[in-house]
Design a protein around this ligand. Sequence first.
Ligand SMILES: C[S@@+](CC[C@H](N)C(=O)[O-])C[C@H]1O[C@@H](n2cnc3c(N)ncnc32)[C@H](O)[C@@H]1O
Length: 314
Amino acid sequence: MNDGLKPPSPSSSLEEMKQTPLFTSEGDKNEEAHQPEGVNLHELELKRTKHKPRANELDGKTWTRYSISIWSDLRKTPEENQLKHPAMFPLELAKRAIDCFTNKMDRVVLDPFVGVGTTVLAAQEAGKTGIGIEISPEFAEIAKKRLGKVRLWSESSEGEGIIHVDDANNLLDYVKPETVDFCLTSPPYWDILLRPRTADYKEQRDYGDTEADIGKIADYYEFLSALGNIMQKVFSVLRSGKYCLVVVMDIRKKNRFYPFHSDVAGVMQDIGFVYDDLIIWDRRHEYNNMRPLGYPYVFRINKAHEYILIFQKP
Ligand SMILES: C[S@@+](CC[C@H](N)C(=O)[O-])C[C@H]1O[C@@H](n2cnc3c(N)ncnc32)[C@H](O)[C@@H]1O
């Protein structure tokens, strides 16, 4: 692993890199980089942790493993595959995101586009309070059932899951400003689920008939602005210093490419979020229908990845 202090020498083995000490923030790295000789790093670390909370509860080995910029090992369970949501992410993704971006003091996790409840379920399983908003009563119902099942299985869990069936524009009716410790969400990918799927000819599906569903807005820029209005509210309920992760995929409609992940990054920065980094969610294992898109006239890309965009409220 490269800890960010200096690049590993060409001779460094993976094992040697794994031994490299881990630091919790940029500040730590800089301190280490300017470390005078003879200073006890452990003592320094202890002093530091008195004043600075941990980023999460991961051990160094897991921290290293999760810090890779491409997440290729996430799989949906057979139970998740049976849920009839066209665009849910796996519980494993939500659990990992919570493990990476919250510590034990962080209690409240939010998803304003909660779908069938994956983020809230992961929060509940982590012993936290998950709050989800979903416009579709049908999906919200599935979410509630999933949360109920976890309750039955693990009475000991101190976590709690709350699902509100509403437009996420009404977020402030349910959540007070500066009370949320982490947000993980995946908005509709514009109106893409209403369009015929020319890339894979899969059956066309959408999220239902509700008017406030931002996935029904036909104009891309109007859609981005509607998304921005909701994320503005997320910004106000998030505590300072906390993270908001947004899972998205880029979009193509015929000849036009929409770099949705870049546009979301723009919207979030306009709101005031800091664009901290991104992770590629590699979904190649789910794509068994590679086709020669555009062949033989124009070379088109078979998209087999999504983005997990990382934002922080300053
Ligand atoms: C990509 S899906 C989220 C899936 C979710 N991550 C999961 O694992 O189930 C986006 C969701 O946003 C919901 N949605 C669209 N407009 C909304 C709005 N204004 N308020 C709340 N939810 C909305 C859709 O019904 C859909 O379920």
